[in-house]
Design a binder for this molecule. Structure first.
Ligand code: PLP
Length: 366
């Protein structure tokens, strides 16, 4: 474990920011909270936000933006076509993720919809290192069948494998042998893997997957929503990567893939937004033709100019080592507290969340 991290008994550490705006929240009593959760049928998605004092539902879209991002909101160019904020966003994505073509979308699922519709035909198989809910659904709506090719350790909550997001090449090879490469539009990789508990894939594994896909003429599409967190784990855990800037690792990670879908609501530090990026000219052209049908013109894709500006600036800030160390560090800090209290959790602690091992924690609930 990183010695810089708050050890036993340490309350906190020096955060790389200063808070200058606060949002007052309603104080509630235990009795009130019990009534709210009963009324919501014990379904946290049905609670009203104002009744929740500490909201641990998800990090999605909940980031506080920096002063630089807020300043960017005032620079929104809301022209219908060719907003200058789009070009800032395109430059930020090219610089940090490395893909040639950038198509903005309203959220990550908008990008998943477009790429699934363009690349998948009915009867196809889409192998993945587990899946994200919306990603898989869009693949299935396009007629594809998801096939899990993640390593077995990912399914074991107690395994402390450092890269539980890795692909089992044996499983991938078995699928190619069974259905043929022509039945596989792309390998769908996530970094990190949310469903496995926010677990990363290693650069070594990704290089192997790339070599395998090159042999068989297969594309790789990355869900890069949390790729900055993944790059940070590589810096911390992968032999030979210690001390390398997260920004560099992120570029290398993306370089092994042919395109990505991203929800801007996580790593990119905005409250709404997303994008699709690809290298292939033909796929980019088809995407531009479809984005205008489902999201908006190819230079806004469902986002306001100001929101594209905030996301462009968020991307630049998200890859700073001090930022991502603190971001993942607060999760580790929370996870350790929960573990110390005797609650079973999925290990290792994830990049963006602490997953309770519900089966072990509440064995009486079927
Ligand atoms: C949130 C998320 C998505 C979906 O993005 P939305 O912006 O919520 O549509 C896809 N993949 C991963 C890994 C995510 O965390």
């Amino acid at each position: 474990m990183n010695p810089q991290w708050p050890g036993e008994g340490r309350r906190s550490w020096a955060e790389p920011f200063r808070i200058k705006v606060v949002e007052p929240v309603k104080m509630t009593t235990r009795e009130e909270r019990e009534a709210f959760i009963r009324e919501a049928g014990y379904n946290t998605f049905l609670l009203r936000s104002e009744d929740v004092y500490i909201d641990l539902l998800t990090d999605s879209g909940t980031s506080a933006m920096s002063d630089y991002q807020w300043a960017g909101l005032m620079l929104g160019d809301e022209a219908y076509a060719g907003s200058k904020n789009f070009y800032h966003l395109e430059a930020a994505i090219r610089d940090h993720y490395g893909y040639r073509h950038v198509i903005p979308t309203h959220q990550g699922r908008g990008a998943e919809h477009l790429i699934s519709k363009i690349l998948i035909k009915p009867g196809d198989f889409v192998p993945g290192n587990m899946y994200f809910t919306t990603t898989r659904l869009h693949q299935e709506l396009a007629g594809g069948t998801f096939v899990d090719v993640i390593i077995d350790e990912a399914h074991d909550p107690s395994s402390v494998h450092p890269f539980k997001g890795n692909v089992d090449l044996g499983k991938l090879e078995a699928l190619v042998r069974k259905v043929g490469a022509h039945g596989i539009p792309y390998v769908s990789l996530a970094a990190t893997v949310n469903m496995a508990g926010g677990q990363p894939i290693s650069l070594t594994n990704l290089r192997e997957v790339r070599a395998f896909c090159d042999q068989h003429g297969l594309r790789i599409i990355l869900d890069a929503t949390r790729a900055v967190e993944n790059a940070y784990f590589i810096q911390q855990r992968e032999p030979g990567e210690t001390g390398r800037p997260v920004k560099d690792i992120l570029r290398e990670l993306c370089s092994y893939t042919d395109g990505c879908t991203v929800s801007g609501k996580k790593d990119a530090l905005v409250n709404i937004g997303g994008w699709l990026a690809v290298n292939d000219d033909q796929v980019a052209e088809e995407t531009r033709n479809l984005v205008v049908v489902y999201e908006g013109l190819q230079t806004y894709g469902g986002m306001a100019g100001r929101d594209m500006e905030a996301m462009a600036r968020g991307i630049v800030e998200s890859v700073q080592d001090d930022h991502i160390r603190a971001r993942v560090g607060q999760v580790e800090y929370l996870g350790k507290k929960i573990e110390d209290a005797g609650v079973p959790i999925v290990k290792p602690i994830g990049g963006h969340a602490v997953y309770l091992d519900a089966k072990a924690f509440l064995p009486h609930i079927p």
